[in-house]
Ligand binder design. Structure first.
Ligand SMILES: NC(=[NH2+])NCCC[C@H](N)C(=O)O
Length: 408
């Protein structure tokens, strides 16, 4: 089995990352909001930070695989698949891409090396790269060279979101924003065509389903319990479909899905932006969600495809404790008691820790107050530099997709 993730904390053995590329250099001020960035990271420094991240993981015995390499490996030596990929990519690239689809195809197909081809699809294609001319004489004058024929995909370094490992299967997601939808094309080719994955991975969600769901909302609490955020990105309808598919798969061990209804705002974005598990009995949490959080328990219904849903009325630590079989669960507040620190560190993903073994996490160095509190609670904290990567509003958990964790 190529995927095996039955907890949030089991020793991490294999993880998928994406090293930020040219797509970040294609961010421009007028497009930041649409492309879900708050600033333009300095690519060189962002890559250095990312390499430190990968280095920390390797030092801890984790095998790091890169999205771009898996994708290139999928296409290698398969001209028909390669052609299908390019055509699909252009097809889903929006209206302007349709207008220039033949030129785009020639440009992309002309890139021989698979890895370079994949990186080019990520980076986007500008008007002045096409030798065309004359097709949009008015638009060309109004919006010259800087215009993108194929948009860049700058959020790719958040590999957590387009697909999510659940047990031995995956949820291949339908993304909330148009700007992130093509990210899941890579996942679909890798999972369906790469020799290491093809044929052995059950899908619990598919990218052509109509309701949005993103990996940052999916937490593997234990082999039997999955937590999913209802958020800006993930709809309750998507969670119902996910639940039906999981419960319909006899090989899946999950018996309960907890749906956490978190406020639908950008600062909270995904469940993992406000809560992550860091040890058997410890979680980080943004205090902002504690008051108003509603939690629903979803189990198999009495008939095929039906679901039983109950609203739980206990507090968050009690709910987590009950479902993990623990007497007590410690919730560590991001930023501690200081409200300013807690809002600031939450904004910079202080709660978004990547747990690589029980009680051992990778975090951003800039969230020094939260990191100090984690240490006081006996957690081993491995810090990575974070000036540039944090500008994309995601932390170490968002930047990693575990493929294999040891069982706990
Ligand atoms: N799992 C996460 N929290 N991912 C963070 C993704 C950040 C990205 N800029 C977005 O808005 O989609």
């Amino acid at each position: 089995m190529p995927i095996h993730v039955k907890s949030e904390i089991g020793t991490l053995k294999r993880v998928m990352l994406h090293r930020p590329g040219q797509e970040l250099e294609h961010l421009v001020p007028g497009e930041l909001e649409r492309l879900l960035f708050d600033d333009i990271p300095y690519l060189r420094a962002a890559r250095q930070e990312h390499d430190v991240f990968a280095g920390i993981l390797r030092e801890q015995g984790v095998e790091v695989v890169y999205l771009e390499d898996l994708m290139a490996g999928t296409l290698k030596g398969r001209p028909q698949l390669r052609e299908r990929f390019i055509r699909q990519f252009i097809e889903e690239g929006g209206n302007i891409a349709q207008k220039f689809k033949d030129q785009l195809f020639r440009l992309l197909d002309g890139i021989e090396d698979e890895r370079e081809l994949v990186q080019k699809t990520m980076a986007g294609v500008r008007m002045n790269e096409l030798k065309a001319g004359g097709h949009s004489p008015l638009a060309d004058r109004v919006r010259p060279d800087s215009r993108f024929i194929l948009d860049p995909i700058p959020n790719l370094y958040f590999t957590r979101d387009p697909f999510a490992s659940i047990g031995c299967g995956v949820s291949l997601n339908y993304m909330y924003s148009r700007t992130r939808r093509r990210e899941t094309i890579y996942g679909s080719y890798i999972l369906e065509e790469h020799p290491d994955f093809a044929g052995s991975t059950p899908f619990y969600y598919r990218r052509d389903y109509p309701f949005s769901i993103e990996g940052g909302d999916i937490l593997n609490l234990s082999r039997r319990v999955l937590a999913v955020g209802i958020s800006q990105r993930t709809t309750p309808e998507a969670i119902e479909l996910l639940a039906q598919n999981i419960f319909g798969d006899d090989t899946a061990e999950i018996e309960t899905i907890l749906a956490f209804d978190i406020p639908s705002i950008r600062a909270y974005m995904h469940l993992d932006t406000v809560m992550t598990q860091i040890d058997y009995d410890k979680f980080t949490v943004h205090p902002g969600i504690l008051g108003s959080l509603r939690v629903y328990e979803i189990c198999r219904g009495d008939h095929r495809d039906t679901l039983n849903v109950t609203e739980l009325d206990s507090s968050l630590p009690v709910i987590l404790g009950t479902h993990l079989g623990l007497d007590q669960v410690t919730m560590i507040r991001c930023g501690g008691k200081d409200r300013v620190a807690s809002e600031r560190e939450q904004w910079n993903d202080g709660s978004n820790t990547l747990c690589i073994a029980p009680g051992k996490v990778v975090v951003y160095d800039r969230n020094y107050i939260t990191n100090g509190i984690l240490r006081e609670n006996g957690v081993e904290v491995l810090e990575m530099p974070s000036s540039e990567l944090s500008r994309g509003r995601g932390g170490p958990r968002c930047m990693s997709m575990p493929l294999w964790r040891e069982d706990v």
